[in-house]
Every structure is written in structure tokens, then in C-alpha cells.
Write a protein that binds this ligand. Structure first.
Ligand code: GLY
Length: 550
């Protein structure tokens, strides 16, 4: 029998399972994954099925028209990482979002056809399945075909999001899409049927990558581009290939961290953060107590400053990986921190920016009976990406071009700044913060973890890990626990409601920390392997997320 945990804040996961577990942002997608595991599929089969299912049931971030990253660990300990991040089109250029005097044009990299990079998800799934899959390709794509063809019942949250986006979706899709309800407003439990998407998925099922990057779907993407002055051509689609990369590894208090290398900044930043706080007795100080918060904020300030300067697509820019991952280097970075007062970000590196938050991406974690583990974070960037649905194809295109540094020093939609390392260039991948990760203890699987959240992704993964390792929380509590975030610039500590008690807040303010209340930070979906060999799920109560095990 299978069971589920869709968490309430702070509630411990009561369900523990021996044979496998799937935790994702949507109940239907988690059920798809567990059904594949029960059928004899392995974690990669389930991951491919969940990726495609999320493209149907969670179109905010689940996607065919976006990209993502996979970190894999086999039951035997083999590790690997797959980069299926989008790429800039061959005709993209460094200043393509700037006006005649060199200023970024508002929203040009965010909405519409020009905001889209060449999608990577379909090729990524083909590659992952070719290397590690056990069931047939047709079997793992089938659940998504069924969900799009027969429809699924939308959640209350989805109904409200689609109603809120009605006008924008109409603007970019005047001929209509399955997401536009012309008859009335969307309500919880309405059936969302996506016939065009079903046809695309059937082509992918039948022809693999050729079903998307060639033929009718490629024609639809290019026709869509021509309508909206986008850049993606047939050649861009044909030339797109996901890349296998060597994972970033590091250690923290005796645990091994296996995480995503560039094109994500997430893995390097995560290991830097863990190294920066390791010398400090967080456990003794306690969860979200003033000393703990101060050390974490100062570590985040320094690591995000490094991110802005040193991280970019490794195929285009020599990322100083070894230097950044050097324990001595990170220790030295913390040497300028004093207990008396907040370090001003301007003293860590110059600059001052302000950005708005907008953080849709999605993460899922999977383990199978043998102990193979998959951690995938995938995205369209903003919620519903560029808002352009490919006519005839039924899928949304990403607005990932905004993750480039559109102009060195100017903030993107997450308020993140960047420089030369992440400047736009033809066929280059834009820098990401996505941090799909897997942890080992004594050579055995310990945790699978990741989250959406734009610039807060790295922070949320980091704090979830220390919640388990330092504060000994069960998985569900570690995921639900309130989080806080600092990203160097702007020089502010963002805190979720009730994350800090009033005394802690007062102490931090007295030292010069600028505390800013904000909404949810992250939406972590994670799995813990307990000492007694069971899988414990953590499904984030900030969304409709669900952990299903058997
Ligand atoms: N699009 C958000 C990220 O990749 O970090």
C-alpha cells in the first residue's frame, strides 16, 4: 500500500517507506512517479515520467519548453550530473535587451518571445533515460500523455493563478490556449484538458528528441518565434544538446555533499556556505537564534558576492571552481566578519541594486527500491515562463534569458547582479541558482534535496541541510521550518513570517542588520534515509506539494 504526506507546517512526517518515494510540487506528478516505481521502473524512469507529468499538471514551472538540472547517485555510489539548461539562440547578442543609450529595456528579457532560450528539457530527459532508464521510453512518457489528453483536476491555488494571469495570457496568446477560460473563471477541481500538449507528448513518445527538436513541433516553435520577433531557429533546436557534467562534491560535518556544477551557481555556493559555517557551533546556539542567523547571513553575503563575479557557463568562462571550493579561502572570507556589527555589503564588493522577487521553478526528489536517487530542479524561470504558449504545440516557452546578466551590474528579476562571466553570448547557457543535491553519510545515501525560489534556492537548500544535520529535525520539519535569506545585494535580511523571535530580531537590528519581512522562502521537496533504513519525505507546506511512498 502506498501512502502520502502533504505536510502541514511543522508537522513531522509520520509516513516512512522502505521501497521508494517521490516528492514533487503536485500530487498528480508524485502519483505518476510512484506508479512507475511500483511497475519496476528505477528512479530515473520515475524522474522522466514526473518531469513530463509536471509539464502537464504544474505548468507554472513543470515544462517541455524550459530546462533544468539533474543530480544522480546510483545505489552503488556512482554519481553524475546532467545540465539541460536552456541556451541563448545563435543570433543572441550581449546588448540585445538594452536601449540606444545602453540601459536595460524594462521587461524585454522577461515576457514574450524574445525572452525565451532554446529549450533543454526534452533532450535532457532523452539523455537521462538513454543512460540509466530501465523501462521503455514509451512507458515513461505515457502518464503525461494521459494526463494532458484526459485532463486533470486543478487545485485551488492553480485556479486562482490562472484567473490572475488571464489578461497576460490573452495578450501573448490572442488565439487562445488551454489555460485561458473564456466561459467563466477557473475553480478548484475544474478539469484542465490540453489536447495540443498531448499531441506534442505523443510525438516525443514516438520519436524521442526528434519529436520535439525536428518536424511539426520544431516548425511550431519557429512559427511562434516569427510571430513575436523571437530568435530561436530550426538550427538552434537541432543543435541543442544537454551536457553530462562532473558533480560538485564537498563535505560538511562528516556528510558528503553531491551537487550541481556550473551552469548552476548553486552547487559551488552551497558547498561554500557549508564550509563557511562549519567552524561555528550552530547546534549549541540553536535554530534561528541570533548567533546562528548572524553567521549564516555573513556567510551568504560573501558567497553571493562571489556568485555575482565568478560564476557563468563553464563552456564559455573559466569558473575558478577549485579556488571557490577551497576550505581555507572560505575561512578567510569569514575573517572580516565581527560579532559587533553587520558587515556592509559595500565592504565585501561594490554595488547597490534592488530587485523584485518572482520565483517559480520546481524541484522533485526520488528514490527507488535499490537505493538509486534522483534530484531534479527544472524551470521556465518566472511563473508560466514568458507566457507564450507555442500555438499547435500547447506548451509554454521559458523566459530564461533574464537569468543572464543583461547588463553588468544591473539586477535581474531576482535582484541578482552579474558581470562578464554571465554576459549574453550566442549558444551560451545563462547562470542558474538551482541546487539539486544528494547527501551521503558513511558512503550511503542520506538525503535528496532541492527547491525552487530564484535567488533563495541556495539559501533554502543550505538551511534545510543544516536543519537536519545541526538541529536534528526530521525531514518534514526541516522543510517546513521558517527560513531567512541574504544575497549580498540588496543588503537586507529577508525573513519569513515568524522565522525570528522578537528578541533575536531586536539583537540583529541593534547590530545594523536590515530585517525585511517577506512571503514564503523556497518550496523544498526532499527525502531522508533514516538510520533504520526507511525513506522519510519532506513535502513543502508552502505549496500543494506531496510526498508519496510505498
Ligand atoms: N531561473 C532561476 C534559476 O535558474 O536560478
Amino acid at each position: 500500500m502506498s501512502g502520502c504526506v502533504s505536510g502541514q507546517l511543522g508537522k513531522n512526517n509520520s509516513g516512512e517507506y522502505k521501497n521508494g518515494m517521490v516528492v514533487s510540487a503536485h500530487p498528480e506528478a508524485s502519483e505518476v512517479g510512484i506508479a512507475i516505481l511500483k511497475k519496476g521502473g528505477n528512479a530515473v524512469d520515475a524522474a522522466v515520467a514526473v518531469q513530463f507529468a509536471l509539464a502537464v499538471v504544474y505548468p507554472n514551472a513543470g515544462n517541455l519548453g524550459g530546462g533544468g538540472f539533474m543530480v544522480y547517485r546510483s545505489a552503488k555510489g556512482e554519481i553524475n550530473a546532467l545540465d539541460f539548461r536552456e541556451k541563448a539562440a545563435a543570433s543572441a547578442s550581449r546588448d540585445m535587451y538594452l536601449d540606444s543609450v545602453g540601459n536595460p529595456i524594462v521587461n524585454k528579457s522577461l515576457y514574450g518571445h524574445l525572452a525565451a532560450g532554446v529549450p533543454g528539457s526534452v533532450d535532457g530527459m532523452v539523455e537521462a533515460h538513454k543512460k540509466y532508464g530501465k523501462l521503455s521510453w514509451a512507458e515513461v512518457v505515457q502518464p503525461a500523455v494521459d494526463l494532458s489528453q484526459n485532463g486533470f483536476r486543478i487545485t485551488k491555488r492553480q485556479a486562482s493563478e490562472l484567473n490572475g494571469l488571464h489578461r497576460d495570457l490573452m495578450k501573448f496568446n490572442p488565439d487562445g490556449t488551454a489555460f485561458i477560460n473564456l466561459e467563466s473563471t477557473w475553480k478548484e477541481n475544474d478539469l484542465l484538458v490540453q489536447k495540443e500538449l498531448a499531441n506534442t507528448l505523443k510525438l516525443v513518445q514516438e520519436k524521442g528528441r526528434a519529436g520535439f527538436y525536428e518536424g511539426a513541433v520544431a516548425d511550431s516553435i519557429v512559427a511562434e518565434m516569427q510571430k513575436g520577433k523571437g530568435l530561436i531557429t530550426k538550427t538552434d533546436l537541432q543543435n541543442y544538446h544537454a551536457a553530462w557534467r562532473k558533480p560538485i562534491t564537498g563535505t560538511y560535518r562528516g556528510y558528503k555533499i553531491i551537487t550541481m556544477p556550473p551552469t548552476s551557481s548553486g552547487g559551488i555556493a552551497l558547498v561554500q556556505l557549508l564550509q563557511s559555517v562549519e567552524p561555528y557551533p550552530l547546534k549549541k546556539w540553536g535554530y534561528n537564534k541570533d548567533s546562528t542567523v548572524q553567521v549564516i547571513v555573513e556567510a551568504e553575503r560573501r558567497v553571493y558576492a562571489d556568485r555575482a563575479t565568478h560564476l557563468g557557463d563553464p563552456d564559455f568562462y573559466a569558473v575558478p571552481k577549485n579556488e571557490l571550493l577551497d576550505r581555507q579561502y572560505n575561512k578567510q572570507r569569514m575573517a572580516s566578519f565581527t560579532w559587533d556589527a553587520a558587515t556592509p555589503s559595500s565592504a565585501v564588493l561594490a554595488g547597490n541594486v534592488k530587485g523584485k522577487e518572482h520565483e517559480e521553478t520546481t524541484h522533485f526528489s526520488i528514490v527507488d527500491k535499490e537505493g538509486n536517487a534522483v534530484s531534479i530542479t527544472t524551470t521556465l524561470n518566472g511563473s508560466y515562463g514568458s507566457l507564450v504558449v507555442v500555438k499547435g504545440g500547447g506548451f509554454l516557452l521559458n523566459n530564461e534569458m533574464d537569468d543572464f546578466s543583461v547588463k553588468p551590474g544591473a539586477p535581474n528579476m531576482y535582484g541578482l547582479v552579474g558581470g562578464e562571466a554571465n554576459a549574453i553570448a550566442p549558444n551560451k547557457r545563462m547562470l542558474s541558482s538551482m541546487t539539486p543535491s544528494i547527501l551521503e553519510k558513511d558512503g550511503k545515501l542520506f538525503m535528496v534535496v532541492g527547491t525552487p525560489g530564484g535567488s533563495t534556492i541556495i539559501t533554502s537548500v543550505f538551511q534545510t541541510i543544516i536543519n537536519v544535520i545541526d538541529f536534528e529535525m526530521p525531514m518534514q520539519s526541516a522543510v517546513a521550518a521558517k527560513k531567512f535569506h541574504h544575497q549580498w545585494l540588496p543588503d537586507e535580511v529577508y525573513v519569513e513570517k515568524d522565522a525570528l523571535d522578537s528578541l533575536t530580531t531586536a539583537k540583529l537590528k541593534a547590530k545594523g542588520y536590515k530585517i525585511q519581512a517577506r512571503g514564503a522562502i523556497g518550496r523544498v521537496d526532499a527525502i531522508l534515509k533514516t538510520k533504520w533504513g526507511a525513506y522519510q519525505g519532506g513535502a513543502d507546506p508552502r505549496g500543494d506539494d506531496k510526498a508519496v511512498g510505498y
